[in-house]
Design a protein around this ligand. Structure first.
Ligand SMILES: *[C@@H]1O[C@H](CO)[C@@H](O)[C@H](O)[C@H]1NC(C)=O
Ligand SMILES: *[C@@H]1O[C@H](CO)[C@@H](O)[C@H](O)[C@H]1NC(C)=O
Ligand SMILES: *[C@@H]1O[C@H](CO)[C@@H](O)[C@H](O)[C@H]1NC(C)=O
Ligand SMILES: *[C@@H]1O[C@H](CO)[C@@H](O)[C@H](O)[C@H]1NC(C)=O
Ligand SMILES: *[C@@H]1O[C@H](CO)[C@@H](O)[C@H](O)[C@H]1NC(C)=O
Ligand SMILES: *[C@@H]1O[C@H](CO)[C@@H](O)[C@H](O)[C@H]1NC(C)=O
Ligand SMILES: *[C@@H]1O[C@H](CO)[C@@H](O)[C@H](O)[C@H]1NC(C)=O
Ligand SMILES: *[C@@H]1O[C@H](CO)[C@@H](O)[C@H](O)[C@H]1NC(C)=O
Ligand SMILES: *[C@@H]1O[C@H](CO)[C@@H](O)[C@H](O)[C@H]1NC(C)=O
Ligand SMILES: *[C@@H]1O[C@H](CO)[C@@H](O)[C@H](O)[C@H]1NC(C)=O
Ligand SMILES: *[C@@H]1O[C@H](CO)[C@@H](O)[C@H](O)[C@H]1NC(C)=O
Length: 423
């Protein structure tokens, strides 16, 4: 054998950095970033093709440049992602519909990275995840005054679709350009440890929310989804529980800036009823950031539906959808100067004279809310006249309005409210 490596070895780094040991019972692929500004997409795809089914893939620390859309189909598979998948910020490339997936039905949103399959675990060890390079995106839209619309092709950072029994752990998503996560058409998914951080650092936009639509997650058509230990900095919904999400647990959630936790919006599709049932959302902190960084801290939790009148078609228009939301427990919320702690409205994108929504809320329970509100209104539950809300209960709601004002609680079309006086 030759005593020294041949020069060409360095340029075929994939072969030598992806070590597949077939001798082991579980095949293992190990890869390291190519570095020097090179494109890692090929070696990442090759490792997942080799070891993504009945195998183990180890990404050594560092940044892996990803330059095109990518699907990981994982079956009985473990991924140790010690580094970051760096989605290069070539905005015009990603906005070409050919260059992303459209696997999330609601609002036709685009995805650049899709994980699908069953019985897998992705552990990013709190040292890896996705580098979204969102600053380039946010500044581009704001500097050029480009309107941002649902379905316009801005990509979701991490999309789980058609997953059964999947776990994502200790995952960091830096600067999501758009939604940080989506889970759709899936069952039994656990996210244990998730950080998303959409923080503007462009001095031209100090004090503005140039990070709209950077939701921590949107859940859709999924059952048995658990989110624990989340830390979300964003300019929109911290979590958004959308249509046909059932048996959802969200626990130990920090929302820094944005709108707070959303149930909705719902009822956007006239022919598709939204059924949302059995949500437990607990141990939530909503933290208002420096207003130079992020001006909004909207709610602790809010619920919203479109009206029963159809205005245009999704992704940007819609309305008219029915269904129901039932059995929601929101417990142990600590709020820091939120605009309106608990809010429910059924007039999203509505106009005066619209028919009232037919999507009904029932069995909502709110317990152990503390902290401060920027308005005297602590609770504003305005249900649809067409389907008043039965069984809305409150216990230990101790959110303090500004400067010693008396708290106000507003209820409209609520059939049976317990635990708070109505003002
Ligand atoms: C990889 O990322 C680096 C740093 O973001 C960048 O300079 C380089 O151009 C990228 N390479 C490719 C092939 O996109
Ligand atoms: C997308 O791909 C199709 C088929 O290759 C091509 O005809 C079309 O021009 C492409 N669209 C764009 C916007 O590049
Ligand atoms: C779920 O996935 C894990 C691997 O992450 C596996 O150990 C377990 O057996 C799977 N459970 C079922 C019911 O398939
Ligand atoms: C931004 O665009 C909107 C409509 O697209 C327009 O009304 C507005 O004047 C524009 N603002 C600036 C600063 O160009
Ligand atoms: C969903 O995944 C299962 C296997 O886990 C597969 O059989 C099925 O074809 C997938 N469905 C879609 C719509 O991709
Ligand atoms: C989010 O990013 C900003 C800007 O880099 C940083 O100042 C802040 O500490 C980060 N937040 C979290 C929770 O890591
Ligand atoms: C509610 O959802 C949780 C989490 O999936 C589940 O453990 C519980 O059994 C569900 N409750 C009912 C009544 O279905
Ligand atoms: C939700 O589920 C119901 C019944 O299972 C179905 O009729 C409806 O179309 C679904 N809605 C959506 C938005 O998928
Ligand atoms: C309430 O939530 C906080 C986090 O905001 C947590 O530290 C505390 O343990 C929770 N209390 C209970 C009783 O679970
Ligand atoms: C009221 O809602 C709670 C859940 O918030 C539920 O446990 C209870 O059974 C409901 N009561 C009635 C009478 O439906
Ligand atoms: C309202 O709820 C209380 C407590 O759950 C119950 O005792 C009462 O019967 C309910 N009233 C109506 C009209 O449903």
């Amino acid at each position: 054998m030759r005593p020294t490596a041949l020069p060409w070895i360095a340029s075929t780094a994939l072969v030598f950095s992806t070590l597949c040991s077939a001798a082991n019972a579980v095949k293992t692929c190990t890869l390291s970033p190519l570095g020097h500004g090179r494109d890692d997409t090929d070696q990442v795809e090759e490792a997942i093709a080799k070891c993504g089914q009945s195998g183990h893939t180890v990404f050594e620390p560092g940044q892996y440049n990803i330059t095109r859309k990518m699907t990981w189909n994982l079956v009985e598979s473990t991924i140790d992602l010690h580094g970051y998948l760096n989605f290069v910020p070539d905005i015009q490339y990603w906005l070409n519909p050919n260059n992303t997936y459209r696997v999330v039905f609601i609002q036709d949103q685009a995805s650049w990275f899709v994980v699908t399959g069953r019985s897998f675990e992705i552990d990013a060890h709190s040292t890896g995840g996705i580098m979204g390079n969102g600053q380039t995106w946010w500044s581009y839209y704001s500097a050029n005054n480009i309107t941002r619309l649902d379905g316009d092709g801005r990509p979701i950072a991490l999309t789980l679709v058609n997953v059964t029994n999947g776990t994502v752990k200790n995952f960091r998503i830096e600067q999501q350009p758009f939604w940080c996560n989506a889970v759709a058409e899936s069952q039994s998914v656990v996210y244990d440890g998730m950080l998303c951080n959409a923080t503007n650092e462009d001095p031209r936009f100090v004090g503005q929310n140039i990070v709209p639509n950077t939701d921590g997650i949107d859940t859709y058509r999924s059952d048995d989804v658990t989110m624990i230990n989340w830390d979300i900095t964003c300019g929109d919904d911290c979590l958004a529980i959308k249509g046909n999400s059932t048996n959802v647990v969200a626990r130990d959630i920090t929302c820094r800036g944005g709108n707070g936790i959303a149930i909705g919006s719902l009822g956007q599709y006239v022919n598709l009823p939204d059924i949302v049932n059995n949500l437990t959302i607990e141990n939530v902190q909503a933290i208002r950031l420096d207003s130079n960084v992020q001006p909004n801290m909207g709610t602790g939790i809010y619920f919203k539906t479109w009206t029963a009148t159809v205005h245009g078609v999704p992704p940007t228009g819609g309305g008219g959808g029915g269904g129901h939301v039932s059995n929601v427990l929101a417990r142990n919320f600590s709020l820091d100067r939120v605009s309106l702690p608990i809010h429910l409205y059924q007039t999203n994108d509505g106009q005066s004279g619209d028919a009232p929504s037919k999507l009904q809320f029932s069995n909502l329970a709110f317990e152990d809310f503390t902290g401060t509100s920027l308005s005297d209104e602590i609770v504003d539950i305005e249900c649809s006249a067409a389907v008043p809300c039965p069984n809305i209960s409150f216990r230990n709601i101790n959110v303090v309005p500004p400067s010693g004002d008396a708290p106000e609680y507003v209820f409209k079309n609520v059939v049976n409210e317990t635990g708070l006086p109505s003002s």
